[in-house]
Design a protein around this ligand. Sequence first.
Ligand code: UTP
Length: 301
Amino acid sequence: MAQTIRKVVFPVAGLGTRFLPATKAVPKEMLPVVDRPLIQWAIEEAAAAGCTEFIFVTSPHKRAILEHFSPAPAYEEVLTARGKDDQLALLQAGLPETAKITEVYQDQPLGLGHAIWCAHEAVGDEPFAVILPDDMVLHKTGCLSQMVKQYEEVGGNLVAVETVPREHTSRYGVLNPGAETGPLVEVKGLVEKPSPEAAPSTLAIIGRYILDPSVMEDLSQFNKGAGGEIQITDTLARLIGSLPLHGFRFDGRRYDCGNRAGFLAANLAYALSPNGAGDQSDLGENLRPMLQSIIDAYSAT
Ligand code: UTP
């Protein structure tokens, strides 16, 4: 059986240009879906999957992310005095009591592969998870929990995949798929951001990975790939043959919160679904008629 996944890396050093001007002073990962920032949803997913060490790859102008997980004495004092225990608990921001937080900087956004490499010392010599907080997967069992279960069987490198429209392949790392066993797809090759014509399939990698520590050595070569960026996809492709690589078709619906439509859709889905912000039972009830009237008002325009 493969090693336990204790560590999770959150690459959050990107510029978030598609959300300007919102992301000029507020990091993209701090944009809220319903009532918590994207990064908190990601933390909760990792904690549910058994992770205990949370490694942030961040940059100096994104301090707000770490602040969200720091003590907030001003709030604690006021809420304690008012006896608001429920709200006091919310200050924990989804972080398990025993969590270890590590922060490393990526000075320049040289690509996802480079961001992951920046975590090499914190990761050390054990397999680890990577979550891109702007990819959300809505399901009663978190995507990373589903992956950890599969990983225990197959080991190696594991990436979450889903079928995307062919016209979108140039946004993703795309699989050259081999044999399929249940939700697992053997990966024979990978291409980063292929044109629709060149894509070997429409099976694309989304923002969840379980990686062997040996990826760090390949990443340390700083080879540039698509868009002049250092791509984790290229490293995974190079390691095929020395390590098994599988795609995992997860259960749940993915929302790409890196673009406006996906982000807005995630807000609606997480508000309406009992698997989203399900603790607020009247939220969906209140929202549904409002949503219907918005659709009625604007659908013809
Ligand atoms: P994106 O490709 O969505 O880039 O990165 P971005 O900078 O966040 O957003 P746009 O495209 O400018 O709007 C996916 C994830 O990888 C992280 C980002 O922070 C995001 O969580 N990332 C990307 C890094 O940490 N470093 C990088 O060099 C690139």
